[in-house]
Every structure is written in structure tokens, then in C-alpha cells.
Write a protein that binds this ligand. Sequence first.
Ligand code: NAD
Ligand code: IPM
Ligand code: MN
Length: 363
Amino acid sequence: MKKRIAILPGDGIGPEVCEAATRVLKEIEALYQHEFELIYGDIGGISIDKNGTPLPQETLSACRQSDAVLLGAVGGPKWDQLPGDQRPEKGLLGLRKELQLFANLRPVTIYDALADSSPLKDEIIQGVELLIVRELTGGLYFGEPRERKIVDGEEIAIDTLQYSRFEIERIVRKAFQLAGERRGHLTSVDKANVLESSRLWREVVEEVAKDFPNVDYSHMLVDNAAMQLVRNPRQFDVIVTENMFGDILSDEASMITGSLGMLPSSSLSEDGPGLFEPIHGSAPDIAGKGLANPLATLSSVAMMLAYSFDLYDEATSLQDAINEVLNKGYRTADLTNDSNTLSTIQMTDKVIEALQNNKQNAS
Ligand code: NAD
Ligand code: IPM
Ligand code: MN
């Protein structure tokens, strides 16, 4: 199979985890006789420095001409003082909007071997298997007006939380579909006791639910959801929520697995290339030190293989390889207090070895 993949390493640990992904893609290409054409693009802070903009046209067209996009991370202290519309993060937001990647899937999977890495008790995290479906191109992140102004001599800042019925319906429908393919339960998370946009959200959920009689669903207020995620995360199958709630709840949920460095994501449109990226950021505190956990990015590659290319054997083999290295006790520094840890490159070596063994055992 021949596929073109746009790789956007970005800032901080982005290039380190993308290097891990590239090595794994090349291994899968060789082991399974595929042809992956990797094209590289600038995004984020590094692109501001190089091109004067966080999302150059060339990057956007490279993504549009690809079958899938892999992104590392954007942002860092160097660019934190720039005005909002010129920041590195604006590059990622622009990419999501331009490619209409409205559905952000963030699966939270427990690895048995990592039970000790989670700050939560074993009995709380055992058996957790949930999926956060985050709306990604609307809400507070994109609403207008967004401005600073002086009113009656006082400086004020405005962000706008706006959702259309159309935007809500397409993400809710997607979440119902996914729930139908899983354990058949959907929790819609909102703040309908306060926000008008959440009240419209609830109405739409009620309407869409009629088309999915096999999915049982409920509504939950976001503050309660934040608490329930640590009290009893097993109660959730699919969570659907708006952009900012999904951002916050998914970082929280990552600690069920033990580290932010474990959680992958895919961002999908109705058609066109999907974007695959770890949910973590550029981790400036560990960038350039070889400490980054590459597994969130490698799991994102597994999602790409399955969702964008229908390469299910390859995706499963990669996910199994990740499981195996953890079962063997290999850990990056974020996963343990032990001093005996692997670097980003060493962890990637172990995953590649496991991939090779899986292939050998299968043939
Ligand atoms: P962060 O996710 O970068 O880091 C939070 C903490 O988690 C840090 O201590 C970091 O060292 C650790 N961490 C994150 N990923 C890790 C990994 N793979 N392995 C080991 N440890 C890991 O969040 P932050 O510090 O709030 O943000 C830093 C920058 O990243 C900001 O500029 C922010 O805007 C940006 N950001 C980008 C993305 C993205 O590109 N998708 C996502 C989140 C934050
Ligand atoms: C994420 C990040 C981004 C977001 C930032 C970098 C714009 O936190 O992907 O979770 O808030 O969506
Ligand atoms: Mn985030």
C-alpha cells in the first residue's frame, strides 16, 4: 500500500517524538511491504522563527495533499509573549479549522503493567476503557468576537462561546455512532445549568438519540464529570463534549493511565486527511533531554494506520508492541520513580524490536 504522510514536528519535544514515529513508520513499511512517503512541514514556534507565521501555506497544502498528518507539539516560552493570533498554538488551531477536523477522539486505555504509575488506586483504574470525543473546531476556541477593549475606562477581554446546531449535531452523531460500536453508552458532558450553548447541546443530544435506540445515554455536568473521572472512571464508555471541556477532561483522564505521555488522539473530518497527535504539549521542561515518552505519539501512529489506512494488522501489532515493552518493565522517566529509565530513543528501539518479533512470530 502506498500512502503519503505529512509530518509536522513543531516545537519542544515535538521533533523527538516525531523522530520516534518516523522510525516506527519506516519499520512497518519494511516489515509489511508498504510505501510511506513522508513529507515534512513547519508548524508552530519554529515556523514563526523560520517563516514568520505559525502555519505557512506550504504546510497547509502539504497536509491537504497527504493521506494523513502526524503532529508532534507546538508552543513554548520563547513565543509566549506574542499576541494571540500570532502564537504557535494558532498554527495548530488553524490547521484543525482548515482541515475541518471537528471530531477529536482521545481514547483512554489502561495498560495493566502501568497500574503502579497511576496516582489512582488499582481498584479504581482496573478495566477502564473510555473514549473522549471532543468537539474540535468550535466553541470558545473559535468564537467571535475575541478582543480586548476599553469600556468606561476599564480594560476588558472578550472570548465568545458559540455553537451552531449543525456543529453540535455532527459531533454528537459521531459520538453516538462510536458508542454503538463499543459498549453502547454515551455520556454527554455540558454545563447546561449555566450556559445557553450547553442547553442547545442537550436539546440536540435528545434529538440525535432518537436515531440510536441501542445506545443508552445520559447527561452530566462538567464539574461533576471532572470528579467522576477520578471517583469511578469505569462508569464511562464514550464521553462527548465541547472543545474546551474536552481539552481539560482529557488531560485529567490521562492520569488514569499513569502519564500524559501515554494518550494518543486522532482528529477527523467528514472526508480528507486525519490529523494524529499525542494529546500532550511541547513539554519545554524536558525538551532536548531525551526524556520524552514517545508512546502517546506511537499510539497515535497506530490510530493513523487503523483509521486512515485500514491497516488493522499493522495497527494491532504496534499497539501490542507498546503493551509488550511495558509488560517487560521498560519505562521512560514520566512513568516511574525508579532511576533505571529509558530515553526516548531507547524506548523506541524496544518498540521496534517488539514489532520485529511480532512479525516474525506471525509468519
Ligand atoms: P505539556 O503537555 O507540554 O506538559 C505538561 C507536563 O507533562 C510537563 O511536565 C511535561 O514534561 C509532561 N509531559 C508532557 N508530555 C510528555 C511526554 N511525552 N513525556 C514525558 N512527559 C511529558 O503542557 P504545558 O507545559 O502546559 O504546555 C507547554 C506548551 O505546550 C505550551 O506552549 C502549550 O501551549 C503547548 N501545548 C501544545 C499542545 C499541542 O501541540 N497539541 C498540547 C498541549 C500544550
Ligand atoms: C491540545 C492542546 C491544544 C488545545 C492547544 C495547544 C491549542 O492543549 O491539543 O489538547 O487546547 O486544543
Ligand atoms: Mn490540551
